[in-house]
Design a protein around this ligand. Structure first.
Ligand code: ADP
Length: 285
């Protein structure tokens, strides 16, 4: 599945004194094979952008194409089931008495029968690493922060989306919860073959994980490519109000002090290797 935004603009409250141009000619394609992050400062248009990916918002100008064709009005519901959107703090929307019922809400709403919904709930809880027998009967409000978040994500996965978009999925979690959740998102992509798009502020957290980075500033997409390429462009990050990952910042500082470090390192292993190589090279000269 493939979604394309073609020069999409979105204006909130057009024609009024409160009018805001939140998206300005944003062009982007997202595929089921993507593992991507959308980053940028607050107010840069990230949420507005992702809501166009699943038909929650319609463009004021420009087009959204699904598998190459504009979706029909009645197909918006179908698009919503193919592209799952996980909002910030999704656990605030729990309202059922058990995990199993809460995760089943989406499939039941899609008119799945009880047996099919049950199958999907089991599958979705498995995907986020929660044992369905153990967690299914529990009260969702009594779980840990990380578990609650994973139940909420399972609720979206139970709709069997081909692409899942998560807005700040680790916000408010402790470091263990964050690490666990990121590992599950990695599995969703590499094991289950679901396209994953993460909206984030924290480059440190997503730097080593994603294959594609989309940087937004003032309603525009100002970069779309490999994270390692974006990280070499200090100016781009600074203008988007983003701090580079710590490893990348360390390399930049060493470079400014005259050490000839090769570009492109992102993971901590790559950073260590780049420093070791540079030191060896400088010892030789
Ligand atoms: P981000 O997700 O990057 O923080 P948003 O897409 O939420 O950015 O917001 C982009 C711009 O649109 C901001 O200026 C924000 O104030 C404005 N905006 C967002 N939602 C609404 C809305 N429902 N009504 C009016 N303005 C909005």
């Amino acid at each position: 599945m493939h979604i394309e935004l073609d020069a999409v603009c979105h204006t909130y409250q057009p024609g009024t004194a409160l009018s805001v141009d939140a998206l300005k000619e944003a062009s982007l394609s997202i595929d089921q094979t993507d593992f991507a992050a959308i980053v940028g400062p607050t107010g840069s248009g990230k949420s507005t952008l992702v809501q166009h990916l699943n038909g929650l918002l319609a463009p004021t100008a420009g087009r959204v194409l699904v598998d190459g064709v504009p979706p029909k009005r009645q197909a918006a519901r179908e698009l919503r089931s193919h592209v799952g959107l996980v909002f910030q703090f999704p656990e605030n929307q729990f309202f059922e008495a058990t995990v199993r019922e809460d995760v089943a809400f989406g499939p039941r709403n899609l008119s799945c029968g009880a047996v099919e919904a049950g199958k999907r709930v089991t599958e979705a809880l498995d995907m986020v690493g929660l044992d369905p027998d153990l967690f299914g009967p529990r009260n969702p409000f009594e779980l840990s922060g990380g578990e609650k978040r994973r139940v909420a994500i399972a609720g979206v996965l139970a709709m069997r989306p081909r692409i899942i978009v998560l807005d700040e999925p680790t916000a408010g979690l402790d470091p263990v919860g964050r690490r666990e959740l990121m590992a599950h998102l990695r599995d969703l992509h590499y094991r289950e073959g679901i396209g994953v798009v993460i909206v984030s502020h924290a480059l440190d957290e997503i730097a080593e994980l994603v294959e594609r980075l989309i940087v937004m500033r003032e309603g525009r997409i100002v970069f779309d490519g490999r994270p390692s390429v974006a990280f070499e462009r200090e100016e781009l990050l600074a203008r988007a109000g983003l701090d580079p990952p710590q490893g990348v910042a360390t390399l930049a500082a060493l470079r400014r002090r005259g050490l000839d470090v090769a570009p492109g390192a992102v993971t901590i292993d790559d950073v260590a290797r780049a420093v070791a190589d540079a030191v060896e090279k400088s010892d030789e000269t």
